[in-house]
Design a binder for this molecule. Structure first.
Ligand SMILES: Nc1ncnc2c1ncn2[C@@H]1O[C@H](COP(=O)(O)OP(=O)(O)OP(=O)(O)O)[C@@H](O)[C@H]1O
Ligand SMILES: O=P(O)(O)OC[C@@]1(O)O[C@H](CO)[C@@H](O)[C@@H]1O
Length: 312
């Protein structure tokens, strides 16, 4: 069983437009509402593929109630912890061809008491878990060491911890020895404090984060695919997407697929890439199910061109 922890979940509203012009009145094509937040999406992807998962989320206000109801309606096992701060709404403006603009709210604050209540629920669920997965931004009031605390609580007890976040929270987590991190290109560059323009930069930066404490580094690179640096070595791969629909949540699908296949080595990377590419073909942040996932399209690159400039 995989436990996900999303401290800053959201209702994700996706609005489709023909094109986005600042300062104009834009008549939209369609709107759609999904339960959101990175860990929530990991659980949704696992659920869509029949893999046992529990999502732990603080929820507050009417939007928090709605988020919980939407997740339960999908059949998800949700442990919702009440909070006084309101659950946020994030807006995605989607243009044809898969171009998205995201507006993410900071989220309602979480008090120390509420955070302790979340931690208690996570500890109970972790008893029967193979992984605890902490994902996403940190709401106001929560210390940047929160994912590091997660690592310190579970890694020594033999429960593996994955972290997908950014900035100081990612750096603190890395120093606390997570089993897995999943930065994207931007997050990786920020973590090492330098540009990541080529595959050689990705590998060098991933190695640096391993040297600082992360056991496995899975870097998502948008249309360039992903690179895995772990105890087994370095593997790069990609999967083409003919008609990109929305990249929102593709990183979460990649992570879910990777975890579902054992989270180690080329076979797990292949599965992650298949799930990530399938997510890009879905509208908004809908997670792919078995009929959407095309493992035959994944290519692992045994001898990638390390000097090639990254596309995205
Ligand atoms: N345009 C694309 N074509 C093919 N595959 C893609 C494309 N965009 C994303 N992917 C797949 O999805 C994975 C995750 O994408 P990305 O690097 O954008 O994640 P992310 O920034 O973490 O996204 P999010 O935070 O929205 O989940 C990539 O590693 C790749 O496998
Ligand atoms: O603001 P954060 O926590 O960094 O990211 C939140 C978010 O953009 O991530 C998911 C996609 O990965 C969306 O469901 C959600 O809106």
């Amino acid at each position: 069983m995989i436990v996900t922890v999303t401290l800053n979940p959201s209702l994700d509203r996706t609005i489709e437009v023909d094109s986005l012009t600042r300062g104009a009145v834009i008549r939209t094509r369609s709107a759609r509402l999904d339960p959101g937040g990175k860990g929530v999406n990991v659980s949704r992807a696992l659920l869509a593929n029949g893999i046992d998962s529990t999502a732990v989320v603080p929820v507050g206000g009417p939007d928090g109630d709605q988020l919980r109801r939407m997740l339960e309606a999908e059949g998800m096992k949700v442990r919702a912890v009440p909070s006084a701060g309101h659950t946020r709404s994030n807006v995605t403006i989607a243009e044809p061809g898969g171009l998205v603009t995201k507006l993410n709210e900071p989220g309602g604050p979480l008090s120390r008491g509420e955070l302790d209540a979340v931690a208690k629920v996570v500890a109970t669920e972790a008893d029967s878990a193979s992984w605890v997965v902490g994902c996403g931004s940190i709401p106001p009031g929560v210390p940047e060491t929160i994912y590091a605390e997660l690592c310190k609580a579970f890694v020594p007890a033999g429960i593996r911890v994955a972290v997908d976040t950014s900035g100081p929270a990612l750096l603190a987590a890395v120093a606390a020895g997570p089993d897995l991190i999943k930065p994207n290109r931007e997050e990786l560059a920020e973590a090492v404090g330098g540009p990541v323009d080529r595959l050689s930069d990705v590998i060098e930066a991933a190695r640096a984060l391993r040297a600082r404490g992360a056991r496995t580094v899975l870097v998502s690179l948008g249309a360039d695919g992903a690179v895995l640096v772990d105890d087994e070595g370095i593997t790069a791969g990609s999967a083409p997407v003919e008609n990109p629909n929305s990249t929102v949540g593709a990183g979460d699908a990649l992570l879910a697929g990777f975890l579902s296949a054992g989270a180690q080595g080329p076979a797990a990377l292949r599965e992650g890439l298949a799930w990530g590419a399938a997510a890009v073909g879905q509208p908004a942040s809908r997670m792919p199910g078995p009929n959407d996932i095309r493992r035959d399209l994944v290519r692992l690159h045994p001898r990638p061109d390390l000097d090639r400039a990254l596309l995205t």
